[in-house]
Ligand binder design. Structure first.
Ligand SMILES: Nc1ncnc2c1ncn2[C@@H]1O[C@H](COP(=O)(O)OP(=O)(O)OP(=O)(O)O)[C@@H](O)[C@H]1O
Ligand SMILES: [Mg+2]
Length: 500
């Protein structure tokens, strides 16, 4: 019997900027019904463009797409409720509550159903009346996924749904999707998590708008770690050279043993503690990982320690300077990369770089050198005149990181720097971070990739605003009798949940 295909793509071609940039390059592809397909590729490889073409949001220059025999842009009306698309940044209404957002999307899709199970999974049940604007990054991501899962789609297009989702929920994500959709539904799931991709029926790897591999993940490698190496090799490989970022870094001499001290920090919203009496210290030149599930209070801690929000009680000191009493002097030592893209979306890449060099008070010569360097290191040249907002997510993250380190700060605060960057760039980022630490920079970092957390010197595991475990990665694994930090993390959190 013939295989049943839901998607048939022939010779698809899509360019941008009057043909100067080829996003999809004469690509042909058939996808069987009922499969879960992992879409992998470097930042800017064409994943999002492909998903938008399949969804009928973009028109190709050449070629055709058929979905169940219909054309996604001519036959749009047949696809309402048949194709569900979760973009990288799902359009939630920040000034409506969780519940109001769900009601809104349910009405839009003509669905009369309750979402209690999905809300439970996402850990959002208690917060249904909270404004979406006040949710953590990962909580928003899960709510976006719930909205995309509404209805009973035949085709589900998910653009990096697990970005920013914590390890405990991430393990459940595929199960939740499978449970919600019907048996014969097809899922295309873009991801930078190789363990996730290894669990799908098939993977498609694209590079410069072309398919460079497709097949069963198991055929590429039977275990996840080797699979990741194979994918990296397919994508051009990663070689460890001296970090250019660290090479040009000039450390400022100082005498502090502890460069960052969080001293009984608390933040209360109404009766709810986002952070509760938290204290920790970071030694000079060390990498300190602040880990925890979505909504644990990590970003709130970062913001208090940068002086962006005022603690309800407690304080933080940066190089001995109190952030509340003397915010600008304390802040001068910090480079901060926020979780939410915080550069100027309507300025070009070049303008953003110029602006931040100016804001950090670099002299004209120093600024020119720093900017030139950064453009080389992070491969910004083709994007210099693009609006920051139009960059692929991975390049947005690079630009944010670049702007955070431009002024040679002694302390780096990085809130999920690798969320949304591809698997090779993730390694590059960490190479820069560890090299900077060797030069004396102290780093406070958060990540939901537990393999990255292994690079931290010390870890504090956060849950509901409090530290529930702390130590070196090795110590945490030992005390929980786990082989990996991911298992240790999940064990500690689940034990704590049982106790509550
Ligand atoms: N202005 C606010 N009003 C009410 N609650 C808030 C506000 N800001 C944050 N919160 C809540 O504080 C908690 C901690 O949020 P925070 O952003 O610090 O989490 P996080 O650990 O960074 O999570 P993630 O991993 O998802 O980024 C969440 O429950 C969030 O909804
Ligand atoms: Mg956060």
């Amino acid at each position: 019997m013939d295989k049943q295909y839901i998607i048939d793509i022939q010779n698809l071609h899509k360019t941008f900027k009057s043909g100067k940039i080829t996003a999809i390059n004469h690509l042909s592809l058939k996808i069987e019904k009922g499969q879960t397909i992992g879409l992998i590729g470097a930042d800017g490889a064409g994943k999002t463009t492909l998903l938008r073409l399949i969804n009928g949001l973009l028109l190709p220059d050449e070629g055709y797409i058929s979905i169940n025999g219909l054309n996604p842009w001519n036959d749009k009306k047949f696809f309402i409720n048949k194709i569900s698309y979760m973009p990288q940044k799902f359009a939630l209404y920040e000034d409506l509550t969780i519940k109001e957002n769900l009601d809104f999307y349910a009405k839009l899709k003509n669905i009369d159903k309750n979402f209690n199970n999905l809300l439970d999974f996402a850990g959002l049940t208690l917060f249904q009346n909270r404004l979406v604007g006040n949710l953590s990054g990962g909580m928003k991501q899960k709510l976006g996924l719930i909205c995309a899962l509404m209805g009973n789609p035949d085709l589900l297009l998910l653009d990096e749904p697990s970005v920013g989702v914590d390890p405990v929920s991430r393990r459940e994500l595929l199960k939740m999707v499978k449970k919600t959709i019907h048996n014969n539904a097809t899922v295309i799931w873009a991801t930078a998590y190789m363990d996730e991709a290894h669990g799908f029926d098939r993977v498609i790897v694209i590079d410069k708008g072309k398919i460079i591999y497709q097949g069963k993940p198991y055929d590429l490698a039977p275990d996840t770690k080797k699979f990741e190496e194979k994918i990296i090799a397919l994508m051009g490989g990663f070689s460890l050279q001296a970090s250019e970022v660290a090479k040009n870094f000039i450390a400022k001499p100082h005498h502090h043993e502890y460069v960052v001290e969080a001293d009984n920090l608390s933040k209360k919203y109404g009766e709810f503690y986002a952070v509760k009496n938290n204290s920790f210290k970071i030694k000079a030149g060390k990498i300190f990982g602040l880990l925890g599930p979505n909504g644990a209070g990590k970003s709130t801690s970062f913001k208090m320690m940068c002086g962006l929000i005022k603690p309800t009680s407690g304080t933080a000191r940066i190089m001995g300077i109190d952030i509340i009493k003397n915010p600008s002097a304390a802040r001068a030592n910090i480079g901060y990369m926020a979780q939410k893209f915080s550069l100027y979306p309507n300025l070009s890449v070049q303008q953003n770089l110029n602006f931040f060099a100016g804001a950090y008070g670099l002299s004209k010569n120093k600024a020119d050198d720093a900017i030139k360097n950064i453009i080389d290191i992070f491969a910004f040249k083709p994007f210099l005149n693009d609006n920051a907002n139009d960059l692929p997510l991975g390049f947005k993250q690079r630009l944010s990181l670049a702007c955070a380190i431009m002024h040679n700060p002694s302390v780096l605060f990085l809130d999920e720097p690798t969320s949304g960057v591809d698997v090779i760039t993730r390694r590059e980022f960490w190479h820069h971070i560890t090299s900077l630490a060797k030069k004396g920079v102290s780093v406070l970092i958060t990540t939901h990739f537990m393999d990255e957390a292994e690079f931290c010197d010390d870890i504090s595991l956060f849950y509901q605003g409090k530290t529930i475990a702390a130590g070196k990665p090795q110590e945490l694994k030992k005390s929980t009798k786990c082989q990996t930090l991911e298992d240790a993390f999940i064990k500690i959190i689940l034990d704590q949940k049982r106790r509550d």
